[in-house]
Write a protein that binds this ligand. Structure first.
Ligand SMILES: [Ca+2]
Length: 486
């Protein structure tokens, strides 16, 4: 596709001149002691990156950021699904059985009257911008929180090639025609089109962000610039050059492709509907032969490297504009992702692969290149950003600032962090992960316990062993206590 035509199609050609800084020019009271914030969220990114010790993934730019910041090796989302996880992180509230339950969660509906992070920063003198997928619903969510209309490469639903959800962003004729003609499904689960970065949404999002930084450099206000990348979310579509980073025959499959020994059926989703919606992926486990699995993993890796390159472009511009020294950078996923572990693909589970998510924060005055294994959870990000930016903490917050942990990564930290999805509630301590599923009257009908000291990949459920009865009771009480106060 001719680049100019594409940019016109996605409504991008005029963005640079479309947003004057009238409000900024009128405001001379710049809070000079406040740092800027660049908040980068990456859809379905699991913490398998170079800086997390994963040698197979090529992620030099995220690794560069990690060398400048603090990397959290044991960071967990509150809900392993897009909309609910983002709503929880951005409001600083825990999920319950009625709040933040779905991939399609609208934060403003589930937590009415709550100021999410961007609104709180805006109220405190920041110029706030949303590019790409930050909240799940960029049109409905975060009302009043953004200084400019949230931007997305061609909007949410009006894509000319796929009227039911342009996040699929196919470019090849083959996939495009499949997507248009299948009523409830999509095209293939991957695509390797030989196109420039900006032909897919995320390259266009990086381009928009770079132009924002040029504008923001001279603004009288600090900025809160949120950038939400859509890959490596399915389908695994990335420019061919990123597929070429990897040698197919060297890509390893999951080494624990079986359901954990003794795991309850409740730990497995009824089906893998997300990946099953794609061409040729069956509705049963295993979903594929080894060659298809290898292609899926190859595609996921290509998408990670594609996003990594976009992050490099943004980091370079930040430095070029001399903004780096006074800018806090947050990089996070929204949850983890199974790539065949435990026979699963996607998220939605209470296993480590689904709940553990990347988190890296670089902040002025805090030493870079540090790692901490202190337990943190995504509701802690809101109070942390407030403290780093010298802002008051709103009363509603349920998380805890981990600035002290960033200053001293060895500090003893949280004893437990909590996640949930559906009827499953899960707690992670330094050594164990315990999950239980309960009916509405809280009667327990399934549970699992993993000892990470001896079983870090969660391959053997030990919840039903008689010798673990006291442990199970202890963790069950912790879950009840957390649930009652949420
Ligand atoms: Ca997601």
């Amino acid at each position: 596709m001719v680049r100019r035509t594409f940019l016109k199609n996605i409504g991008l050609s005029g963005f640079a001149m479309a947003m004057p800084f009238a409000s900024l020019l009128a405001d001379n009271q710049k809070p000079k002691n406040k740092p800027n914030v660049l908040f980068i969220t990456i859809d379905d990114l699991r913490p398998k990156l170079g800086c997390y010790g994963q040698e197979q993934i090529i992620s030099p730019n995220i690794d560069r950021l990690a060398a400048q910041g603090v990397l959290f090796t044991e960071s967990f989302c509150q809900v392993p699904v897009c909309g609910a996880s983002r709503a929880s992180l951005l409001t600083g509230l825990r999920p319950t059985r009625t709040r933040f339950t779905s991939f399609a969660t609208v934060a403003d509906e589930d937590a009415p009257g709550i100021d999410a992070i961007p609104k709180h920063f805006k109220k405190n003198g920041y110029h706030t911008i949303s590019n790409g997928k930050v909240f799940h619903h960029y049109e409905k969510d975060g009302a009043g929180g953004w200084s400019e209309e949230p931007w997305h490469a061609n909007g949410w639903v009006d894509a000319p090639w796929y009227p039911k959800g342009n996040w699929r962003n196919y470019l090849t004729d083959e996939n495009l025609s499949l997507a248009l003609h299948r009523e409830n499904g999509a095209g293939k689960a991957w695509e390797a089109a030989d196109v420039p970065d900006e032909a897919y949404f995320d390259g266009a999002t990086a381009e928009k962000t770079v132009n924002d930084l040029v504008r923001l450099k001279d603004s009288d206000k600090p900025f809160f610039l949120a950038v939400g990348f859509r890959k490596p979310h399915l389908p695994f579509n990335a420019p061919k050059k990123y597929w070429d980073f990897y040698k197919r025959n060297e890509i390893k499959l999951a080494d624990n492709p079986l359901v954990p020994k003794g795991a309850p059926d409740s730990s497995l989703p009824d089906n893998l509907w997300e990946i099953n919606a794609y061409e040729g992926i069956p509705y049963h486990r295993p979903i594929s032969d080894d060659e298809t699995s290898r292609t899926l993993i190859h595609g996921y890796y290509a998408c990670v490297s594609y996003i990594d390159a976009q992050i490099g472009i943004i980091l370079d511009e930040l430095e070029k504009q001399n903004l780096r020294d006074n800018t806090i950078i947050v990089l996070c996923g929204d949850h983890g992702f199974h790539l065949g572990e435990h026979s699963l693909w996607s998220k939605f589970t209470c296993y480590r692969e689904s709940l553990r998510a990347p988190l890296i924060i670089s902040a002025p005055g805090i030493k870079g290149g540090q790692k901490t294994s202190g337990l943190t959870e995504f509701i802690d990000v809101y109070p942390t950003l407030c403290e780093l930016s010298n802002l008051r903490l709103p009363d509603h917050l349920q998380g805890e600032s981990f600035v002290r942990l960033m200053q001293n990564p060895e500090l003893p930290w949280k004893q437990a962090v909590f996640s949930r999805i559906g009827k499953g509630d899960s707690v992670r301590t330094k050594r164990y992960r315990y999950t239980e599923w309960t009916k509405d009257d809280r009667e327990i009908y399934a549970r699992m316990l993993y000892d990470h000291q001896s079983d870090p990949n969660e391959n053997k459920n030990i919840a039903e062993l008689p010798e673990n009865k006291d442990l199970v009771n202890k963790f069950s009480k912790m879950l009840k206590k957390n649930y009652d106060k949420s």
